[in-house]
Design a protein around this ligand. Sequence first.
Ligand SMILES: C[S@@+](CC[C@H](N)C(=O)[O-])C[C@H]1O[C@@H](n2cnc3c(N)ncnc32)[C@H](O)[C@@H]1O
Length: 294
Amino acid sequence: MNGISRRTAAPRVADPPAVEAQPARLVSGSEFAEIRDLAYRTFGLDLKRGKEALVTARLSKRLAALGLGTIGEYLEILRRDRTGAELTSLIDALATNHTSFQREPQHFELLRTRILPAIAASSGRTGIWSAGCSTGEEPYTILMHAADALGEQHLAKLRLLATDISNKALAEARAGIYPLDKLADLPAEWRKRFLQKGVGDLKGSFRIRPDLVSKVEFSRLNLMEPFENAGTFRVIFCRNVMIYFDKRTQEQLVRRFTARLEPGGWLLIGHSEGLMGVKNDLEYVMPAVYRRPV
Ligand SMILES: C[S@@+](CC[C@H](N)C(=O)[O-])C[C@H]1O[C@@H](n2cnc3c(N)ncnc32)[C@H](O)[C@@H]1O
């Protein structure tokens, strides 16, 4: 990896101010019901009963950051939130952004052995969508496999869209800077070709080569909102996102994803998800892999 320092690096996302989060009083039944209703209507997030302690713990940090003493005061802010900004922070607090490079490697094996060779043989531009991309490890993994399999000179054949509801996660994704311990997930040869090691105040980090970062189209999208204009895709990765949704929301989302897939296109979901009990028009290929019939 070549060295990069702060001067040459994309701006790093500022860390939130260190505020000591005090444990808040457990949300009351009616507060929980209001948060649950709001999260469901706005993001499709299905907060099951019994998650009161988890919700309280996750909101404590947000309350501390806003200097609020009670969940009631926080709810008042949410009720008056006309811009949607606090609602976005709510989903950041409630959902997890956990991800990693090469997560669930079976999907990348499939990408290399079946999907990318077909793309290489086809003419025209092909879309791949990472829906719920979090901090970017998933779309960059797709990109590095594509660069490897197709050759970097052919990356223009790909349109790689990466979306998430979280502005915070997207800012990190766009920066493409990660702590060095994440290198362990990537082959040594890729480190030399695709990554740059941080020096100076970026010591302890590496970044994805900026010309590669620019090949990913990052955009904020709440999957509960229309995406009919997003285009059509050969592959949609929507992994470890639907796990938060109830069956009805999953069914609607899978139907809308299906409409965005080319005939023969692939929907890849998380291995702990599965579409059991979710009506759909896709062919089951193998665990966590579905295809739109040709
Ligand atoms: C656990 S991460 C999954 C990241 C990556 N797909 C993976 O499997 O490693 C889940 C992501 O889904 C996003 N998310 C949750 N609800 C969403 C919604 N309604 N619309 C868009 N993204 C959503 C979260 O912000 C989070 O970044």
